[in-house]
Design a protein. Structure first.
Lengths: 350, 327
């Protein structure tokens, strides 16, 4: 089980990195246009959190959401086709890079106005609470979004009515080009949750196992005890804010330091070690925090050959995704009108 | 069928009837629960349906409208009350960027069965911030629908149709209509929600109005009869979409048109109506389409000045006389 999960993490993170690097290439080639916000450096956050969720949970994401969508299980080819603006894209070419939706997988959208994920997740959570279902909503947001009014408004309501939302802050320290100390009076985002009596913790967002364990604990608490929870993941984006941003505002030494802490390299190192000593990842072992599946258990490592096989596999998936996206037709204006009118197709308006 | 139902009571019965019929209908907003709604529209519903279905919210317009959007994505049919249209400005992100866009941006995967109710219009001396007519802000947003009921019967029908719709529908009520009286037949079949109706027929001039201005136009039409002018009054009932066919049929008959518009004239709702009808009916018109509309000024607090900022019966009568070339 543990080995399968670790293999899954390595696979997802390799796929995420390969997908995003390929998207950057396709952007440079001119086949992807518009805004393109890439995820390298932050993979442990998406993989750890989304893998901790159940298929019946919901995911609400931001404009940097390709990897959230991939990990949620949306096939790479439908995501790539959406980036290309094609008809077979997950949103039929109507959404684009920042607006991936997959109703079947409960992937409730990427949102391109900072701070929108809070009320959307709150509302989905309200529907869950209304029906008393054992489901939860994962709500991603960045450090910059914590200064939007919706953060405070929605956390207040989520706590007030005990709505099952896991708020996940991907704190990459920058709102586009403004470093967190220049945009926030309190830079520990999780500390703000106490204003609404929401349990919160900050963990190393560069370590996928730590993220996964923290997300599992938080989701268990949400399911067993109700109410929201907030998780702050300290992470870093290796690239600029979008493809249009060279990221010149960041000191090279800072970027170099984080590159040495690459979450993908870290998970591979870990996978190749027989006993991943939990060491610096130490959630308290209490009744509320059952022992992790990775701790104190002898488990088989992934060998070089396994990792290479995974690399080959994900490269093939990404190649296939690009071929699929290329081959998919452009949607027509008729397609657009059809999608626009779909919800009242059966209704007489006038 | 009685003649004594108030507009707010019709809305209240519409909410009650839809909530009774469908468990997925919920309601939220400021003071909609225990207090019963600032205009009594939600009176008694929390006691009947409980607080999960009738939820008093904090003063957080953008997030509680956004909550409605999220709940609609997850299969509920939320009705969000915004206390007045003026506060909707704080929720424009939820209305414009979320509710109007998600169904389309998702490639039609998601429905948005969300109803947003709110009163607009100039009431009585509430000051400039509480006296706005913001119809045009929503009219320019593809993906929204907006009905503007002027009668008790339409309040009943159109609110229920909005709740049953899978699109986001704004029900723009009017502060001065909540205590107006009229007949209500709860069993009659409704016309389509966005169809305009001819409230009074005439062959000399067409008056196009909606919401409270329908009353003003009808009063003017009655007075004009004494001057031997037969005015036809169209109540649009909806501003998004607009029933051009009904308007066009009337203009083809009367050849003259006056739009009675409570919104500020410049870039107001009447501007769109005039432009489109001009294009569609140019060759049947005997005179340019005319407008009486709100003045382009924030509404003053002083009562007399306030009245002079929006069209009244006298303004309509004078404009009709100018339009048909009689003094």
């Amino acid at each position: 089980m543990s080995r399968d999960l670790l293999r899954r993490f390595v696979h997802d993170m390799l796929l995420a990195r390969a997908f995003e690097e390929r998207a950057a290439q396709e952007y440079t080639n001119g086949r992807i246009r518009g805004f393109l916000h890439l995820y390298p450096g932050e993979e442990a956050a998406a993989v750890g959190v989304v893998q901790a969720a159940e298929p019946s949970d919901y995911v609400v994401s931001t404009y940097r959401e390709h990897v959230h969508a991939l990990v949620r299980g949306i096939p790479a080819r439908y995501i790539m086709a959406e980036l290309f603006g094609k008809k077979d894209g997950v949103s039929h070419g109507m959404g684009g890079s920042m607006h991936l939706f997959d109703r079947e997988r409960r992937f409730m959208g990427g949102y391109a106005i900072v701070g929108e994920t809070f009320p959307i997740a709150l509302g989905i959570g309200y529907a869950i609470a209304c029906r008393n279902l054992p489901e939860a909503v994962i709500c991603f947001f960045g450090d910059g979004a914590a200064n939007q009014g919706t953060f405070h408004e929605s956390l207040n309501m989520a706590a007030l009515w005990r709505i099952p939302v896991l708020f996940v802050c991907e704190n990459n320290h920058y709102q586009i080009g403004t470093e967190i100390h220049r945009h926030s009076a309190v830079t520990d985002i999780h500390k703000r949750a106490c204003a609404y009596a929401i349990p919160a913790e900050k963990v190393d967002g560069m370590d996928v196992l730590t993220v996964y364990e923290a997300a599992r604990r938080a989701l268990d608490t949400i399911r067993n005890e109700g109410g929201p929870h907030l998780l702050e993941l300290e992470t870093y984006r290796f690239r600029g804010h979008s493809m249009a941003d060279p990221g010149a505002y960041r000191p090279p030494a800072e970027v170099q330091a984080y590159l040495r802490d690459d979450p993908l390299a870290a998970v591979i190192r870990r996978a190749e070690t027989v006993d991943p000593t939990p060491g610096k990842h130490k959630p308290p072992l209490t009744d509320a925090h059952p022992p992790s599946p990775f701790r104190g258990r002898a488990w088989e490592a992934l060998g070089d050959a396994d990792i290479e096989a995974l690399r080959t596999e994900v490269m093939a998936v990404v190649d296939d995704a690009v071929r699929f996206a290329e081959a998919s037709p452009d949607p027509t204006l008729d397609d657009a009108w059809r999608d626009f009118h779909r919800n009242h197709a059966q209704e007489t308006l006038i | 069928m009685d003649d004594t139902t108030l507009y707010w009571q019709a809305l209240n019965r519409a909410l009650d009837s839809e909530m009774a019929a469908d468990d997925s209908v919920i309601m939220l907003g400021e003071d909609v629960g225990l207090y019963g709604g600032t205009y009594r529209v939600t009176e008694g519903l929390m006691a009947k349906y409980g607080e999960w279905r009738v939820r008093d919210t904090p003063i957080s317009e953008n997030s509680f409208v956004g909550l409605g959007v999220g709940a609609a994505l997850a299969g509920l049919r939320p009705i969000v009350e915004i206390m007045t249209v003026n506060f909707a400005l704080l929720a424009m992100d939820a209305i414009v960027n979320m509710a109007a866009k998600i169904p389309f941006m998702s490639g039609g995967q998601f429905a948005m069965p969300l109803t947003i109710r709110m009163p607009g219009g100039v009431a009585r001396q509430l000051g400039a911030q509480h006296s706005q007519r913001l119809e045009v802000l929503f009219m320019n947003v593809p993906g929204l629908r907006m009905v503007v009921p002027s009668t008790v019967q339409d309040a009943w029908w159109q609110l229920r149709q909005a709740i049953r719709s899978n699109d986001p529908v704004i029900v723009l009520e009017h502060e001065r209509l909540y205590f107006s009286k009229g007949p209500l037949d709860e069993t009659a079949d409704p016309p389509p929600p966005h169809q305009a109706v001819v409230r009074c027929t005439g062959a000399d001039v067409t008056l196009i109005a909606w919401s409270r201005m329908t009353e003003v136009a009808l009063a003017a039409a009655r007075s004009l009869r004494d001057d031997h002018v037969a005015a036809e009054v169209i109540d649009l009932r909806s501003l998004l979409p607009i029933d051009w066919t009904t308007c066009q049929a009337s203009l083809d008959k009367t050849h003259r048109c006056l739009i009675v518009d409570e919104t500020s004239r410049f870039g107001g709702a009447g501007a769109e109506i005039a432009a489109t009808l001009q294009e569609r009916c140019f060759f049947s018109l005997d005179a340019p389409i005319a407008r009486v509309a709100g003045l382009d000024i924030p509404v003053p607090f002083n009562g007399a000045l306030e009245e002079s900022c929006i069209p009244g019966e006298r303004d309509v009568i004078d404009a009709v006389h100018r339009l048909i070339g009689r003094p």
